[in-house]
Design a protein around this ligand. Structure first.
Ligand SMILES: [Zn+2]
Ligand SMILES: [Zn+2]
Length: 324
């Protein structure tokens, strides 16, 4: 099969490699589409250490079941499934026991510990895939991380007025969900990024502006998706007493020192890490009631490097999706 391999940081290579064999408990999947995530960029750049050689990136996989190993039940050939970032959790550590498998001490992540979806085929643990609706694979793929991890952050950010810092893949999906649920959305982009601000307004946000600006009203909560530590004090400045600021990214530049007054008043600053299967069940059930339309840019698999470069440069709007 064709796959894009990450041999070492910053070195992607399109290669012909053997199609993987599903092991016990695993599905063999024919990849229809795989969306690109900022985490892929952090792995590519070595900001997250490379934990295996010849890694296949990609953890937003939409695929068809093509076969399975032993001890797999209940799947049909051709059935559509999605593979998210949480590829496996142990089920026995104290975090798994508490229902926090997103924090599992032995968790394996797709496109990081386990081979991902920048390829024609992939294998996945049958217990960790989500059954997906029919519809265009390219439009479903961004839901598997931008949507799903975004949703976990969204649940941690209650209240009527929601700020979103960094208007990219996750934020444009959440803005639609928040609007459908009757919340007012405030979109913060790079200062001067009028294209992203116009895009946010098209999606019905109440206000859009630069991340260096304050919103017209204090926010109940804010989620910071941009990997910029300086935005955390800025978001604290924008939320009311008792408000919550959630950091939604896996990697962020250093947070500058800030006056205690920004946290005072029972404001909460927290991160959200990874995702549980329960988040997925809840999120995909919600999508049966609320239609979310991802904006996408489709690239052929061979152009994975270009898709990542465009994401880094902040070029164009919408989520990059690779199609083998
Ligand atoms: Zn991701
Ligand atoms: Zn565990």
């Amino acid at each position: 099969m064709r796959a894009v391999l990450l041999k070492q940081p910053k070195e992607l290579e399109v290669a012909e490699i053997p199609t993987p064999e599903p092991q016990d408990g695993e599905l063999l999947l024919k990849v229809e589409a795989c969306a690109v995530c900022r985490t892929d960029l952090h792995i590519l750049d070595g900001e997250l250490p490379l934990v295996r050689s010849s890694l296949i990136l990609g953890h937003q996989i939409v695929a068809r079941v093509e076969g399975w190993g032993r001890r797999v039940e209940g799947f049909a050939l051709g059935e559509r499934v999605g593979v998210p970032w949480l590829g496996w959790a142990c089920g026995t550590c104290r975090y798994c026991q508490m229902g926090l498998e997103n924090l599992c001490e032995r968790a394996e992540f797709t496109g990081y510990h386990r081979q991902g979806g920048y390829a024609e085929y992939a294998v996945a643990d049958a217990h960790f895939v989500h059954r997906l609706a029919e519809g265009r694979a390219e439009e479903l793929a961004p839901l598997l991380c931008g949507g799903l991890i975004g949703y976990r952050a969204y649940r941690m950010a209650p209240g009527e007025r929601l700020g979103l810092y960094g208007f990219g893949s996750a934020a444009h999906l959440l803005a639609q969900l928040a609007r459908a649920e009757g919340r007012a959305v405030y979109a913060f982009t790079r200062p001067g990024d009028h294209i992203a601000q116009a895009w946010a307004r098209e999606l019905g946000v109440t206000w859009a502006g630069g991340s260096d600006e304050l919103p017209p009203e204090p926010l109940d909560a804010a989620i910071v998706f941009a990997p910029v530590g300086a935005l955390l004090p800025q978001a604290l400045r924008a939320v009311r007493p008792g408000g919550v600021v959630v950091a939604g990214g896996i990697h962020m530049s250093e947070i500058p020192a800030f006056p205690y007054a920004l946290l005072w008043g029972e404001r909460v600053l927290r991160s959200v890490a990874n995702v549980t299967r329960e988040d997925g069940r809840e999120f995909f059930a919600k999508l049966n009631q609320v239609a979310i339309r991802p904006r996408i840019r489709v690239y052929p698999l061979e152009q994975a490097g270009q898709a990542l470069a465009d994401l880094r440069a902040g070029l164009g709007v919408g989520t990059a999706v690779l199609v083998p």
